[in-house]
Design a binder for this molecule. Structure first.
Ligand SMILES: Nc1ncnc2c1ncn2[C@@H]1O[C@H](COP(=O)(O)OP(=O)(O)OP(=O)(O)O)[C@@H](O)[C@H]1O
Ligand SMILES: [Mg+2]
Length: 245
């Protein structure tokens, strides 16, 4: 279960595209060995926040500190490859696999980080144990996998860099409910068995609430509510406006 130590502390993060501000001072923390979920409907800035953390969007102001055994590393303004080196890996929205490469080739693309290159063989083996379906299909082109298998591959590819903080952008998108249930239990296993810290965005509140230790709701680039899974699920505003049928 989650420890009290923060792996990530975000303070007053502001970001946007050109003149358009999308994140208006976001503050949140992610505890070690937790699944923290960032909820919000379309266009509220969830992906923009994850992109800031991964170095794909440069924040205009604020801070995102990755605590690295006591000494915080400031992610804001770092290059994507430096952020991967620091132990943060992003599973982007829509998976973004290389459809014409095989499953194994996609996995190897995730092992670009210097320290991970040396360990690619043992990491490939662990990914096969964690996701047996990927081992069975290692020679298959990624573009021909089912949606659920593609999401597993996208997660496994991100894990090939041995992150301590995994960012997952809307993993349930476009998947059938039963596949989402399986995916959520895999994400839970990453926390429980492998000690990973996970920050995930979602629109699917009921499914995310099943595994989340803590959740935040984002509306128009601001955090409007924070609480544990039960508090989020029971919140009247959330129930009315967000994602509960
Ligand atoms: N590259 C870009 N250039 C300009 N505007 C962008 C860009 N990417 C996102 N935006 C805008 O930023 C806002 C927030 O988008 P973002 O993708 O962060 O939302 P989201 O919460 O992830 O939505 P969704 O649930 O649909 O994925 C939107 O208004 C969007 O149009
Ligand atoms: Mg998004």
């Amino acid at each position: 279960m989650a420890s009290n130590q923060s792996v990530l502390s975000i303070e007053n993060l502001q970001a946007g595209y050109g003149g358009v501000r999308v994140l208006h001072g976001v503050s949140m923390t992610v505890k070690e060995r937790s699944v923290t979920v960032l909820l919000g409907t379309n266009g509220n800035g969830k992906s923009t926040l994850l992109k800031c953390l991964a170095g794909l969007v440069t924040p205009d102001a604020g801070s995102a500190k990755l605590s690295d055994d006591g000494a915080g590393v400031e992610l804001a303004g770092m290059h994507p490859y430096e952020i991967v080196e620091a132990g943060v890996s992003l599973v982007p929205d829509g998976r973004r696999l290389f459809p014409l490469l095989t499953v194994e080739e996609n996995l190897l693309m995730g092992a670009f980080k210097k320290s991970a290159r040396k360990r690619h063989k043992e990491n490939l083996k662990s990914m096969g144990e964690l996701f047996p379906v990927l081992r069975e299909r290692k020679g298959q082109l990624a573009g021909t996998l089912s949606g659920g298998e593609q999401q597993m591959l996208a997660i496994a590819r991100a894990l090939m860099s041995n992150p301590k903080l995994l960012l997952i952008d809307e993993p349930s998108l476009g998947l059938a409910p039963i596949v989402i249930t399986k995916l959520m239990s895999t994400i839970k296993e990453l926390r429980d068995k492998y000690g990973l810290t996970i920050l995930m965005t979602e629109q699917n509140l009921p499914q995310a609430a099943k595994i989340a230790d803590w959740g935040y709701i984002m509306v128009h680039g601001k955090i409007v509510f924070a609480g544990d899974a039960q508090q989020i699920h029971d919140n009247e505003l959330v129930r009315r406006y967000y994602l509960v049928g």
